[in-house]
Design a protein around this ligand. Structure first.
Ligand SMILES: Cc1cc2nc3c(=O)[nH]c(=O)nc-3n(C[C@H](O)[C@H](O)[C@H](O)COP(=O)(O)OP(=O)(O)OC[C@H]3O[C@@H](n4cnc5c(N)ncnc54)[C@H](O)[C@@H]3O)c2cc1C
Length: 351
């Protein structure tokens, strides 16, 4: 992935440049918004609380294939993010990582101060591309888990290679649990899957799972205790059937894929109209109830919304175009084609 320079916040507000567009969130939507802002000639900064760009793709499924983004028949999420970042960097955005936007303060002159965990940022418009907000995995409620977190217990399985030749146990019955079981089956020594009720995953992958060598313990099974071995890593666990009988398993790596809780966190205090943790926007302009503040991607809510990467990219274009026109009402709403814009820029630069 391309190296990213993390710019520290200015010590005083007056030193802070005022940007045309500030994008909150560096997931796929935020990165594409940054690229498109540059295409429109707007200055842009992107702020994300995580230490790497890519949002859910990087944090939750970097080694899973995505099949429904334009131009790629199939692409690993981490490779897709690397391409999105390369594209965003063409627009020279300022990237502020490991920085959470806590408060959004509209000023009387129509601009904004974003109060962050590192200081203050200034902007003429804001595009909120905060996805599902801060995401936290649902913790496994079994004895010994808190002590062994980070020592063989995973909530996001990021690197396939660390499971090679290991005894892997997966807990859960949704798409992530089933996908991980199938992904790791060919390379792990053993894969056991423990689940309390029926599978909620896609029917075809459940059929693949049932035909695989993954040992299934479902429905009605739950983990009651995890144990450590030499070196303080997880080495075994006990699970039980809801009717009472228990069983032990050797385990080198435990993947808990029992869901995650998402919370827009500070965004809830920004006086935005919200609906079920999403920001309500005008379907045409993607503007929120605060003039100059737009939302795109998973965080944006309007009738018949699809939470997909492809839709987030389209929304990023809409939000940027309307942000540009908000700053300069005489600006064209539609920028035209990138082929023409870039050709003109290259010709102008050559003169
Ligand atoms: C397991 C899984 C598989 C998926 N598979 C697919 C698929 O195959 N195809 C598909 O189209 N979609 C898929 N999705 C959904 C897809 O990942 C999301 O639609 C997409 O990531 C949304 O992008 P986004 O940029 O809007 O938000 P996100 O990716 O959620 O990024 C939002 C970013 O905003 C940051 N942020 C939030 N609040 C703040 C704040 N206050 N200050 C600073 N930063 C903040 C977060 O840290 C995060 O990095 C999948 C999702 C999951 C969980």
């Amino acid at each position: 992935m391309t190296d990213v320079t993390v710019i520290p916040a200015s010590p005083t507000l007056m030193d802070e440049p005022i940007m045309d567009i500030t994008v909150v969130g560096a997931g796929p939507t935020g990165l594409f918004a940054a690229f498109y802002a540059g295409l429109r000639g707007a200055s842009v900064q992107v702020i994300d609380s995580l230490e790497e760009v890519g949002g859910q793709c990087s944090a939750m499924y970097p080694e899973k294939y995505i099949y429904d983004v334009i131009g790629y028949p199939m692409v690993l999420a981490k490779d897709f993010v690397a391409a999105c970042l390369d594209q965003a960097l063409r627009s020279n955005p300022t990237l502020h990582l490991r920085e959470q936007v806590q408060t959004l303060e509209p000023l009387a002159d129509g601009t904004f101060i974003l109060h962050t965990t590192k200081g203050q940022r200034r902007s003429r418009t804001v595009i909120i591309a905060a996805g599902v907000g801060a995401f936290e995995p649902t913790r496994l409620g079994a004895a010994g888990v808190p002590e062994l977190e980070g020592r063989g217990i995973h909530y996001f399985a990021k690197h396939i290679e660390e499971f090679r030749d290991k005894n892997v146990v997966i807990v859960g019955g949704g798409d992530s649990a089933v996908d991980w079981a199938l992904t790791l089956e060919p390379l792990a020594r053993t894969v056991n899957l423990i689940h309390r009720s029926k599978f909620r995953a896609h029917e075809t992958t459940v059929a693949d799972l049932e035909a695989s060598t993954v040992t299934l313990h479902y429905p009605g099974y739950e983990v009651v205790e995890v144990r450590s071995g030499p070196g303080g890593r997880i080495s075994g666990l006990t699970f039980r059937h809801l009717e009472g009988h228990t069983q032990d398993l050797d385990v080198d790596e435990l993947i808990c894929a029992i869901g995650f809780k998402a919370d827009p966190g500070p965004i809830k205090t920004w006086n935005l109209e919200l609906q079920r943790n999403q920001v309500i926007v005008d379907k045409v302009t993607l503007q929120t109830n605060i003039p100059g503040v737009f939302a795109a991607g998973d965080i944006a809510s309007y009738p018949a919304k699809f939470k997909l990467i492809a839709n987030g990219a389209g929304e990023a274009v809409t939000a940027v175009n309307h942000a540009v026109q908000h700053i300069d009402p005489s600006a064209r709403l539609d920028a035209g084609h990138s082929t023409t814009i870039m050709e003109k820029r290259e010709k102008a630069a050559a003169i």
